[in-house]
Write a protein that binds this ligand. Structure first.
Ligand code: HEM
Length: 130
């Protein structure tokens, strides 16, 4: 199966699992004071909805969609914007993978590699705007 299809199916199972986005932010915020500092003033309920679409944008880009949305994310997260240092994306991805392992009951080793590869392409674009 193609990696992007593996990821779409796994993401479907995660979105159907109650608490997926709550648990992601619990893990991500617990991962580093630098992350907590960035979200200190944020409405986390709104942030969870935005993330749902954000992950989909990363997957759609890997499936061949133009990078327009990711370039916009790159600009909003750049040093002139939210100022998200490129290293923080490693923590983001590790927190996401940890949450996926908790919420996707059918996850296989190959699916985890697929997630890393598929999201990595889009994350590289976002980081490149820092
Ligand atoms: C805002 C997605 C990584 C911190 C946002 C927004 C989206 C988003 C869709 C809404 C605003 C906008 O559209 O620009 C993503 C995706 C990420 C990612 C898909 C991974 C590739 C990160 C990381 C951090 C971060 C690593 C580091 C802490 C923030 C902050 C905001 C934000 C502080 C503004 C929150 C507010 O409005 O108060 N992100 N983000 N993001 N993101 Fe990210």
């Amino acid at each position: 199966m193609k990696n992007t299809n593996r990821v779409m199916q796994s993401y479907g199972r995660c979105c159907a699992s109650p608490g997926f986005f709550d648990d992601f932010y619990t893990t991500f915020l617990a991962s580093s004071p630098a992350v907590r500092e960035k979200f200190a003033q944020s409405d986390m309920a709104a942030q969870k909805h935005l993330l749902r679409a954000g992950i989909l944008n990363l997957v759609l880009f890997a499936r061949g969609m133009p990078d327009t949305k990711l370039r916009a994310l790159g600009k909003s997260h750049s040093r002139e914007g939210f100022d998200i240092h490129p290293q923080l994306y490693d923590i983001w991805l590790e927190s996401l993978l940890q949450t996926i392992r908790q919420h996707d009951p059918e996850l296989q080793q190959q699916d985890q590699l697929a997630w890393t590869e598929v999201l990595g392409k889009g994350i590289d674009i976002i980081k490149s705007y820092y």
